[in-house]
Design a protein around this ligand. Structure first.
Ligand SMILES: Nc1ncnc2c1ncn2[C@@H]1O[C@H](COP(=O)(O)OP(=O)(O)OP(=O)(O)O)[C@@H](O)[C@H]1O
Ligand SMILES: [Mg+2]
Length: 363
């Protein structure tokens, strides 16, 4: 039997002309915390909504704990706890009332429900606000209530859409610990924009960009990538400092993977970007190459590639990619007109409601 608790196969999703997801496949094992990383509009929420049966994929399939999202959506829902992106809470309820309601919806009553609620409240440190109305809570505390709601039925799989958003650093650290603890025996997928965050919380990281997976790494592999330096050399342009000759000489230095000449505005200067093959410092060898090759080195700088740079490298130019138009122009413009009419009606209704309210106040 496969150890995979989540199996996504060739998932794709189109919203009209926008291809939000394109053939995304991955597996997550029991006891694994997977970070789902990507810029705005990359397709993280879309993937999570498919895995939790909130929307159907346009293509492909997914299984959670063996249950297929098409054939057994109830089985999927039983196996997952879901913290959606914008936590939907009944804000007029007290925190305790809300958790009692959630427990009841999940089929728990009496002592069993009380025990489960107590545990979820302890896990998310909600003890102090249990008798407060949800609308009186700060964003971070609402986020915790959302998390408690996802934990009440002790699901084997947790799907958390940006669980750290809105939390202060202390709260984020607590929630991070909680996620790690939960992840020891269960399976967790969490989405975030923060590479640093996934490095400390997750066992594995998927990076998604424009609906396509662009990386599947362990945090160590990411760290290794981020630890890799690059070198910037400034060389005097003269008979010895001929661009092609210097590039060749630098390319022969031990430990050099690639040499690229960079454009420069400064007269009489050549600039080269050198990418090393390993992680050891090659500045001495580069200097020695200049001495042996008799070209004048005006500058030599080692630059560490930061996590942000890696993230940008993998995901630049991100935004949902429109596919070929799937509708005829006439159908599309009819829909546009309908949407416009709806927007106008909504504006009229809002204005009317405001006027009614003013009238009530006046009378
Ligand atoms: N209901 C919808 N109708 C039309 N397009 C949608 C809908 N939901 C999402 N999209 C589009 O699908 C793409 C992926 O969106 P998604 O919400 O999955 O991104 P995300 O990675 O969660 O982004 P964020 O980091 O901003 O939460 C975007 O281009 C978005 O505009
Ligand atoms: Mg999202």
């Amino acid at each position: 039997m496969s150890n995979a608790m989540i199996e996504a196969r060739d998932l794709s999703k189109s919203y009209g002309p926008v291809h939000a997801l394109k053939d995304v496949s991955f597996e997550v094992s029991r006891g694994e915390v997977l970070g789902f990383l990507g810029p705005n509009g990359a397709g993280k929420t879309t993937t999570m909504k498919i895995l939790t049966c909130f929307i159907a994929p346009s293509g492909g399939t997914a299984k959670i704990n063996g249950a297929d999202v098409f054939d057994d959506p109830m089985g999927v829902r039983r196996s997952i706890g879901y913290l959606p992106e914008s936590t939907p809470l009944y804000t007029e309820m007290l925190v305790l009332e809300y958790l009692q309601f959630v427990a009841k919806m999940r089929g728990y009553t009496g002592t069993d429900a009380r025990k489960r609620i107590k545990k979820a409240v302890e896990q998310t440190s909600l003890e102090d606000v249990i008798a407060k109305e949800i609308r009186a809570l700060s964003k971070g505390y609402r986020q915790r209530v959302g998390l408690a709601q996802a934990l009440v039925h002790e699901p084997p799989v947790l799907i958390l859409d940006e669980p750290m958003s809105g939390l202060d650093p202390n709260q984020a650290a607590e929630i991070r610990e909680l996620i790690k603890e939960i992840g020891r025996e269960r399976t967790v997928i969490l989405s975030t924009h923060d590479l640093g965050e996934v490095q400390v919380t997750c066992d594995r990281v998927l990076i998604i960009s424009k609906g396509t997976l662009v990386a599947d790494d362990t945090p160590e592999e990411l760290r290794e990538r981020s630890g890799k330096a690059s070198y910037r050399l400034v060389v005097a342009e003269d008979a010895q400092g001929d661009e092609a000759r210097v590039r060749d000489l630098l390319g022969k230095v031990k430990g050099v993977d690639r040499v690229r000449a960079r454009a420069t505005e400064a007269k009489g200067e050549l600039i080269f970007a050198v990418t090393p093959s390993g992680s050891s410092d090659i500045r001495r060898d580069l200097f020695q190459a200049a001495v042996d090759g008799k070209f004048a080195l005006l500058g030599l700088e080692k630059k560490a590639e930061g996590l942000d740079a890696i993230f940008r490298d993998l995901t630049t130019g991100d935004a949902g990619v429109p596919s070929k138009p799937t509708k005829t122009k006439a159908a599309a413009s009819a829909e546009d007109k309908k949407a416009e009419a709806r927007a106008k009606k909504a504006a009229r209704d809002a204005a009317k409601a405001e006027a009614d309210e003013d009238e009530e106040k006046d009378s």
